[in-house]
Design a protein around this ligand. Structure first.
Ligand code: MFK
Ligand code: FAD
Length: 509
C-alpha cells in the first residue's frame, strides 16, 4: 500500500481568500458601510468553512425522496428531505440572506451589495438552498411591487415570514411557471385554470411540470381565469398571477398532489417535483391578465441569484484548484511551478473576475434602482443587465468549472471529492430561469422598448471609467451604437408585421 496519500485541496475562508471581492466592495461602499459589511462577511466566511460547507455536502449525499403511499396504501405524498437541508434553511434566515436585502434602516445600495456578497460566499457550500432563497427574494420583491403590504392578509404575512430572521418561523416560496407544453413559452404552455370561489380567491386546476424546493410554504404561480361559461382567454394576456399556501393549517397539502420527483443530472440536493393542482385554493394578486408582467419581477431577481450561483461556483472551484496547485507534486515539483499550469489558472482567473464584476454591477444597479430617488436610467440599465448577466455567467461557468475539474486530474472525476457535484450543478444555470436564447430575445425586448437604453448605457460607462479609457473605447462604442441602431430598425419592422419574432406583447394573443 505504501505510506503516500495525496493532499486534498483546503477550503479557506472564502471572504478572506478573495481580494477581488474586497476591492470591489471597497470601491462601491463608503468606508463606514464597508467596515460593517466586511466584519459580517469575514465572520460568515469562517462559519462557511467550519459548519456550512459540511452541511451542504450532506445534502448531496442524502438526497430527497418522495413516498406517495404509506404502508396501508393511503396516499400521503410525504417528502423526505435530510435534516441538514432544514438546518441550512434556518441558517439562511438567521444570517439574513433575504432580510438584509430589505432592511428598512439601511440604504438600498448597501443592503443589496451586502446581501449579494454574502450569497456569493454561501452559494457553493449551500447544498442548493440558494434555490429557495432566490425564489423567496423574488416573491418578496413581487409582493412588494404589487403594493400588497398591509392590504392583503396572506401577502402581508408572506412578506413578513419570507424576510424573517427566525429560522423556526421563516417561510420560503416556490415559483411554478413551467408546464408540460412549455417553460420558455409560458403563455403558450399554460393549461392551468382558475375557477372563481369568492372575492379574489380561486381554485386552481393544472399540472406544474417543474416545481423546485417543494418543501416551501407558499408559491407564486400563473393560471387562466375561466368565466362562468367555462371559457378562458388564450395567450399572454389570459394569464393571471396567484399566491397560494402549499399546505393548509392542518399540514395537509392544499389541493395539490406531488406526482413524482424529477431524476436530474445535478441539483440532486434540491427536491424538484411534478405537481397536480387539483383545486388548490389560491389568491389572485395583481391585475388579472397581467400575470407575466407581474411575475417578471420575480424572474428578474432570481436571474441575478442565478448569476451568483454561476460566478461563485467558478470562484470556489478556482480557489480550490489554486490551493491544490501548491500541494500536488507532478514531475518533481508542485503544479504551481509549471508555467503551463499557472497560465491555465490565470486564464480562469481573468474569466472569473470579468463575470464577477458584471454580477456586482447588476447587484449595484438593483440597489440603486430601489432607492427613493432612483432615476429611470438605473431601472432601465438593470432591466438590460439582468438577462445579460444571467445568460453570460451561466454560459461561462460550465466550461470553466470543467477546466477546474481537470486541474485535479483523475481525482477531480471522483465522487467523494465533491468536485463532480460542482460541475453537475453548474450545468443547470444556463437552462433554468430562461435559456440563453430566450434571454437573448429578452435583451432585444429591452431594446425594442420606447426608452433609449444605449444612452443610459453610455452614460453609465462614462460615470465608471476615466476619460482616457473612454477615448480608447470610442471606436467599439460607436460600432455597438451603429449595430444597435440597425437592429432597432429591424425590430421596428417586425413589430409592425406578423413576423413570429415579433416582440411586443400584443403580438401573440
Ligand atoms: C441558485 C439560483 C437559482 C435560481 C432559482 C431556480 C429555481 C427556479 C427555476 C425556474 O426555472 S423558474 C421558471 C423560469 N422561467 C422562465 O424563466 C421563463 C422563460 N421565458 C421567458 O422569460 C419568456 O420571455 C416569457 C415567459 C417572459 C415570455 O412570455 P410572453 O407572455 O410571451 O411575453 P410578452 O408577451 O413579450 O411579455 C408580457 C409582458 O411581460 C410585457 O409587458 P407589457 O405587457 O407591459 O408590455 C413584457 O415587457 C413583460 N416582460 C417579459 N419579460 C420581462 C418583462 N418585464 C420585465 N422583465 C422581464 N424579464
Ligand atoms: P424549451 O423552451 O423547450 O427550450 C428548448 C430549447 O429551445 C432551448 O435551447 C431554448 O433556448 C430554445 N428556444 C425556446 N424558445 C426559443 C425561441 N423563441 N428562440 C430560440 N430558441 C428558443 N420551472 C419552474 O417554473 N419552476 C421551477 O421551480 C423550476 N425548477 C427547475 C429545476 C430544474 C432542475 C430544471 C432543469 C428546470 C426547472 N424549471 C422550473 C423549468 C425551467 O425553467 C425550464 O426548463 C426552462 O425555462 C426551459 O424551458 P423548457 O424546458 O420548456 O425548454
Amino acid at each position: 500500500l505504501g505510506d503516500f496519500a495525496q493532499n486534498p485541496p483546503v477550503l479557506h475562508n472564502p471572504f478572506d481568500d478573495d481580494p477581488m471581492l474586497k476591492r470591489t466592495l471597497k470601491r462601491i461602499l463608503l468606508d463606514h458601510d464597508y467596515q460593517n459589511v466586511e466584519k459580517d462577511l469575514s465572520r460568515f466566511g469562517e462559519r462557511i468553512v467550519k459548519e456550512i460547507d459540511c452541511l451542504g455536502r450532506k445534502c448531496e449525499l442524502n438526497q430527497p425522496k418522495l413516498e406517495q403511499f404509506d404502508a396501508w396504501g393511503r396516499r400521503v405524498d410525504e417528502l423526505i428531505v435530510c435534516p441538514e437541508w432544514y438546518r441550512l434553511k434556518e441558517i439562511c434566515a438567521e444570517e439574513g440572506l433575504i432580510s438584509i436585502g430589505y432592511k428598512k434602516d439601511v440604504q438600498p445600495l448597501v443592503r443589496r451589495i451586502h446581501q449579494f456578497a454574502k450569497l456569493y460566499l454561501f452559494s457553493p457550500s449551500a447544498g442548493l438552498t440558494t434555490c429557495p432563497m432566490a425564489m423567496t427574494d423574488g416573491a418578496v420583491k413581487t409582493l412588494k411591487a404589487l403594493g400588497l403590504e398591509g392590504k392583503h392578509d396572506l401577502a402581508a404575512e408572506s412578506i413578513a415570514r419570507l424576510c424573517s430572521t427566525d429560522g423556526k418561523k421563516a417561510w420560503t416560496s416556490g415559483q411554478w411557471m413551467t408546464e408540460k407544453r412549455g417553460g420558455s413559452d409560458v403563455a403558450g404552455g399554460c393549461d392551468t385554470y382558475a375557477e372563481h370561489v369568492d372575492g379574489n380567491t380561486f381554485r386552481l386546476y393544472g399540472y406544474k411540470w417543474f416545481s423546485s424546493a417543494i418543501d416551501a410554504d407558499v408559491a407564486l404561480t400563473l393560471a387562466r381565469i375561466i368565466d362562468k361559461d367555462g371559457n378562458a382567454q388564450k395567450g399572454s394576456r389570459g394569464l393571471s398571477l396567484f399566491l397560494l399556501k402549499i399546505r393548509n393549517n392542518d399540514g395537509q397539502l392544499n389541493g395539490i398532489q406531488m406526482m413524482r420527483l424529477k431524476n436530474k443530472l445535478g441539483t440532486k440536493q434540491l427536491p424538484t417535483a411534478e405537481l397536480l393542482l387539483d383545486g388548490a385554493l389560491a389568491h389572485c394578486i395583481g391585475e388579472p391578465g397581467r400575470g407575466v408582467a407581474n411575475i417578471a419581477n420575480m424572474l428578474n431577481i432570481t436571474r441575478i441569484h442565478n448569476a451568483v450561483a454561476s460566478v461563485s461556483g467558478m470562484r470556489r472551484m478556482l480557489s480550490l484548484a489554486r490551493d491544490y496547485s501548491t500541494r500536488r507534486e507532478v514531475f518533481g515539483q508542485t503544479q504551481e511551478n509549471w508555467p503551463l499550469h499557472t497560465a491555465t489558472l490565470a486564464k480562469m482567473e481573468v474569466e472569473t473576475r470579468g463575470c464577477f464584476l458584471l454580477l456586482m454591477e447588476a447587484a449595484q444597479l438593483l440597489g440603486m434602482s430601489e432607492a427613493v430617488n432612483a432615476s429611470k436610467s438605473e431601472a432601465l440599465l438593470l432591466r438590460l443587465i439582468t438577462p445579460v448577466v444571467k445568460l453570460y455567467t451561466g454560459k461561462m461557468c460550465v466550461p470553466l468549472i470543467s477546466e477546474a475539474m481537470e486541474c485535479f486530474g483523475g481525482q477531480g472525476y471522483i465522487e467523494d471529492t465533491g468536485i463532480p457535484t460542482a460541475l453537475r450543478d453548474a450545468q443547470v444555470t444556463p437552462i433554468w430561469e430562461g435559456t440563453t436564447n430566450v434571454l437573448s430575445l429578452d435583451v432585444l425586448r429591452v431594446f425594442a422598448g420606447k426608452q433609449n437604453v444605449f444612452d443610459a448605457f453610455e452614460n453609465r460607462i462614462e460615470s465608471l471609467l476615466p476619460s482616457h479609457a473612454i477615448t480608447q473605447l470610442a471606436q467599439p462604442i460607436n460600432a455597438v451604437r451603429k449595430a444597435l441602431s440597425d437592429l432597432e430598425s429591424v425590430l421596428r419592422q417586425t413589430a409592425t408585421s406578423d413576423h413570429p419574432m415579433r416582440l411586443d406583447s400584443g403580438a401573440r394573443q
